[in-house]
Structures are given as C-alpha cells and as structure tokens.
Design a binder for this molecule. Sequence first.
Ligand code: PA5
Length: 447
Amino acid sequence: MDRVRLEYKSVLGFVAEEEIRRQGEAVLLAHKRLHAKGGEALGWVDLPVRRDLQQLDEVIGAADQIRSHSQAFLVIGIGGSYLGARAGIQMLSHSFCEVHYSSGPAIYFAGHNASSTYMADLLDLLDDRDISINVISKSGTTTEPAIAFRILREYMERRYGKRMAKERIFVTTDGKKGALKKLADEEGYTSFVIPADVGGRYSVLTPVGLLPMAVAGLDVEEIIRGAADAHARLGSSDLAKNDCYRYAVLRYLLYQKGKAVELLVSYEPCLQYFAEWWKQLFGESEGKEGKGIFPASCLYTTDLHSLGQYVQEGRRILFETVIDIERPRREVQIPEDSADRDGLNYLAGKTMDYVNRQALLGTLLAHTDGGVPNLILKVPQLSPYHCGELFYFFQKACGLSGYLLGVNPFDQPGVEAYKKNMFALLGKPELAQRRQELQGRLEDLTP
Ligand code: PA5
C-alpha cells in the first residue's frame, strides 16, 4: 500500500478498542473546528489543495536563479521558519551533502541561535563562494534571525555592492506588516508572502519551506501532491477511517494513563531534523496551561546505546511513535569473509537494511514488554511525495490533539517569557525598570 499508515496493535495492551471508539464524538467536534471556514490560523488545513500556482512558479523560478548563480545558500530563520525546510532537505538529500552536492549550492542555516562562534565560523565559509540568502520571518521582528540578517546583509553589500547584493537576497515574510516587510519593500528584495492565517510551525508547505527545498533541488510539486493526497485521505471525521485522528486519540489516551513523554523514533539518520520539526510542532502547540505530552526523539539504533537503557527500564512515563521506512533509499550488502574472524558470516549476503529491520522488530517487542507502548507509522519510502504526506499527517494530528487536550494549538504565549527578560537585560529603553529588577534577582542567583 503506497501511503503512510498507522499500526497500533502493540498499544492495545495499554488502551482498549472501546476507549478509542468512545473518543469518536470529541473527534467529530474537533474535526469541525479544524474545518470551520474562516477559522483563525487554520489556513494550513486546505493549503495543499488551494495550490497557488503562480506563487509556486515564482518560488521555482527564484530557486532556479539561486541555483544558477550560487555556491552557497544561507537560510536565515528560527523555529517554524526554518525547521520544516531543514527537515525536508535532510530527509531527501545525500547523507553527506556537504561533500556531495553534484549541482546546486551548499545550504547553511543561520539565525536559529545567538551564538557568535556559529556566526563567525559560518562567515569563514563564504569568501570564496558566490552566496544567496533567504531570510524567513513571519513576524519580521524575531531577534535571532534579525541579527543574523543584519550581519549577513552587511557582508553581502560589502562584497557585492548594494545593487548586486539585492539580486541575491530573498525575503519570506508577512504580506503586510513587520520590520522585515518594510525593509524588503524599501530595498526592493524579491519577496514571498506567508499567508496571514498560517502560523510558523504549520508553514512548511508555503514559501517558508518550499523555496529552500526547491533550491536544494527537491521536487516541491511532488511534495505538495503528497500533502494534497493526504488532505483527501485524512479528511474524514470518522475516527475508524482516519489514521491521523487515530494517532491523535491514541496519544491522548496514553497521556491520560500517565504516558507524559512521546519519543519519535526513527532508524534513519536523515530523519533527525524531521524529528526536530515534529518536536517544535507538538511542543509549541500542546505544551501550555500545565498540560501536554513532552515531545522528544531518538535515532535508533544509535540511541539504543545511550538512551535505550532508560527506555527499557527507567520511569514508565514513555511511549514511542516509530517511523518505519519500508524501503530504504539505497542498499548495501554484507560481504562474505572466508576466515569469518568476526563471526558475521551468518549475515553474509544479507543487506544492512535487513539488520536495521530486525533491530526495529526486536526493539518493538522489548520496549512493549518493558511497558513502553509503540505506535508505528509505516512509510513506504523516503520520497518527496511521502515527505509531503508526513508533513500534512502530523500537522493535522497536532491540530486535533490540541483541541482534544483543550488548549489552543495555534498560539505560543509561553515563548514570550524569555524574550521579555532578554530584551530587558539587553537594555531596551522601555524595559529599564524590569532590567533593574532582573539584575537584582540575577545577583542573588549568581554570586
Ligand atoms: O511556530 C511558530 O509560530 C514559531 O516557532 C515561529 O515560527 C518562530 O518563533 C519564528 O517566528 P518568526 O517567523 O515570526 O520569526
């Protein structure tokens, strides 16, 4: 079956079918809210089928231009403004793309931290290559990307001159407001709009994710096709027919039974950033009002040799959602060794993927026996189509999960707390009094 699908048999020892069925009504209500016309921040629900063809052409055109005249492409953004693109690019590219770009520029990310070492090291890479930049910020006011853009814009203008630099700077932001929008209009940068009704962490299928992914040479039309097919398949309000709603319900029921941590598990290293994207999606959407599953991730078999002990025998607060890739992108066979000094000849002629699969199955049994329920998401292969499908699957599951939990899955009030303190400590004039208070408290904390 060539589509993403959920298997949950191993969870039935922890959750009864009847408990799942009883959630049908709550799911129906949440479904109606998600599909309410004109609902706030719900633009992502129908986005894959709305298909703005003109915008898509412009994105692909800009990507072609960037690919033709750049050896390095810098994507500036934080949170929902970079994780989706990074996830898609890593999922679908060569594992060592830094040394294996056959065509198109190397891609670097910036503006997702405030580290001076990171920025200085990035600047070291630029001088002998032609550069293009895509700065992405919906609000246009987020500090980390704004600082990175200021530094890199100054670099570009020094190196290329203001007029030529302009041809190499691409902006993705709100269509009407924000400091970045104003700057882009004044400088005449090529700009792409993030729809007002699509929040950052639900924006991977807008130019936020599509432009960087197209620059990486990915087939973004196929990604959208996968998401559009998922939109159709996951459109039913009937819990029995909708895998993504069943996933949301199962994790909700597990949470009710004390499973407060969900580990997104994969056996493919190229899914590391997909897990980062997923963590941000669920963490920012659900973690509020003292509620929410804590989203974490593991890369197996690697982490079986670090966190595996805890998963097997530590506090029983975990469940796992395993992304099972059914066909690897590439295969490697284990050779025969006539002397068999390492005792591995029983595997000769088998593929590494065969080993990976037995590890997955063995771990599934061991963890389930150890009290860690396992949900399994079967993914036929890592292709652009299934990438789009996965993005849409989790976005919809996340929206529904938030409603089941009784929180607003589309705001993030808690993110403001650190910002207020940081701005005060940085000396923002209107926060002078708060700065004094904070400094007093810090003196107590840091002798
Ligand atoms: O999901 C969200 O809304 C956030 O994670 C934002 O994407 C993140 O804070 C970056 O915001 P902005 O795009 O406004 O710079």
